[in-house]
Design a protein around this ligand. Structure first.
Ligand SMILES: CC(=O)SCCNC(=O)CCNC(=O)[C@H](O)C(C)(C)COP(=O)(O)OP(=O)(O)OC[C@H]1O[C@@H](n2cnc3c(N)ncnc32)[C@H](O)[C@@H]1OP(=O)(O)O
Ligand SMILES: CC(=O)C(=O)O
Ligand SMILES: [Mg+2]
Length: 358
């Protein structure tokens, strides 16, 4: 392990100095596109400003025979598009694949100055982040890149989940984590074949009622409650990220047509502490932008609590409920997020500005 004193030194002579804090940029939707798909690629310039992150995907969902076309397409997009307020990310191929070395040695010199974050799939432990950290520093130094490219790890193996804290702590480049429910389910030998979301078989059932004689009626109709398969992993991600100053994200929701369940899954992640989710289809961008922005009601309430709490200490009653030092901190989390998002989203700003606090 490196000495704490060396942690913020560049890992190659001439590489940019590592960042000391990961910038909290809006990233409610990380929108995936295949840069080798002409229809999708053509839409990218018009999507700038409508989504927080545009991610050119090179890994799964890109056919093996199209890997090079996708990489070339990404370079072209990176060189030609002005991303303005939208972040530009990529997902490279996995570190054990035949494509990843060419991904890195092509992308960093060609578009490294524009790339904000590289998403690394199937991260197993700190060793994968150390590898990325060193090779990025070498490539940045060689190409004269002036700002360090950040790393985002996808959590999609049992070993990755077990090593979550060491992954987060492995490099000052670590920007965040995403849940990879499809690969993770396969790696864990879970028995779901879906890409994220719930499962009707994962449920709890109300107790059996009794008849007048007090006998349990196991065959009676009983309410069932579907549970969230991903709760444990998302909660672990949230804690690990908060501990290390990184950002947690829900990953993909593969049932594109089920916008209602997608919104529910995204909202669960938002409530637990995630800052965003992936969008696989344009229809999911709106859902993520809505869900990962605090609601008008939340902001109205938060502002009232903050106003009522004065210097933030003590206890008050508001609308019949106790508020104190801890609840005012929760309200500040909400208001600070709203302010950050409103700085780049004029519609959101107008919505929050119109709130009247009584
Ligand atoms: C488990 C994981 O690793 S998840 C991450 C990897 N997966 C991905 O990245 C998938 C990305 N998304 C996709 O490939 C596609 O959206 C699909 C295959 C799911 C659906 O594609 P389609 O059947 O073409 O969807 P649909 O017909 O609704 O598309 C409507 C239009 O939106 C475009 N479109 C669809 N998805 C996207 C996208 N992600 N970005 C930009 N444009 C898109 C289509 O090209 C089409 O354009 P057109 O109107 O000019 O013909
Ligand atoms: C997100 C991803 O890559 C997965 O679910 O496997
Ligand atoms: Mg995967």
């Amino acid at each position: 392990m490196r000495s704490a004193k060396d942690f913020f030194s560049p890992l190659a002579v001439g590489a940019p100095a590592p960042v000391r804090e990961i910038p909290a940029k809006p990233s409610r939707a990380i929108h995936f596109f295949d840069p080798g798909n002409p229809k999708m690629a053509a839409k990218v310039p018009d999507m700038v400003g409508t989504v927080d992150v545009l991610l050119g995907n090179l890994e799964d969902a890109v056919k093996a025979e199209n890997k090079e076309i996708a990489r070339e397409g990404l370079v072209k997009i990176g060189q030609e598009v002005d991303f303005g307020p939208t972040q530009f990310w990529t997902r490279i191929n996995s570190l054990d694949s035949p494509w990843v070395l060419d991904d890195l040695t092509t992308l960093v010199p060609a578009i490294g100055e524009k790339l904000d974050v590289i998403m690394v799939p199937k991260v197993q432990g700190a060793e994968d982040i150390h590898y990325m950290d060193r090779i990025l520093a070498q490539l940045e130094a060689k190409a004269g890149i002036t700002k360090p490219i950040l790393i985002h790890a996808i959590l999609e193996t049992a070993r990755g989940v077990a090593n979550i804290e060491e992954i987060c702590a492995a490099s000052p480049r670590m920007q965040g984590l995403s849940l990879g429910p499809a690969d993770l389910a396969a790696d864990r030998r879970m028995k779901t074949t879906r890409v994220g979301g719930g499962h009707p078989g994962y449920l709890v059932r109300a107790d059996a009622p009794r008849n007048e004689a007090g006998e349990l009626q196991y065959d009676a109709a009983r309410t069932t409650y579907q549970q969230d398969l991903w709760h444990y992993t998302i909660a672990r991600m949230v804690d690990a990220c908060a501990m290390h100053g990184l950002f947690p994200y829900y990953g993909p929701f593969g049932d594109i047509k089920d916008t209602v369940a997608c919104e529910d899954q995204f909202r669960n992640a938002f409530l637990l502490g995630c800052v965003g989710a992936w969008s696989l289809h344009p229809v999911q961008i709106k859902i993520a932008n809505k869900v990962f922005s605090p609601s008008v009601e939340d902001i109205k309430h938060a502002r009232r609590v903050i106003a009522a709490m004065g210097d933030g200490t003590g206890a008050v009653m508001l609308d019949g409920k106790m508020e104190d030092d801890a609840s005012v901190k929760q309200c500040k989390v909400m208001v600070e997020l709203a302010e950050r998002l409103a700085a780049t989203d004029p519609d959101l700003k107008a919505m929050y500005d119109a709130i009247e606090v009584d």
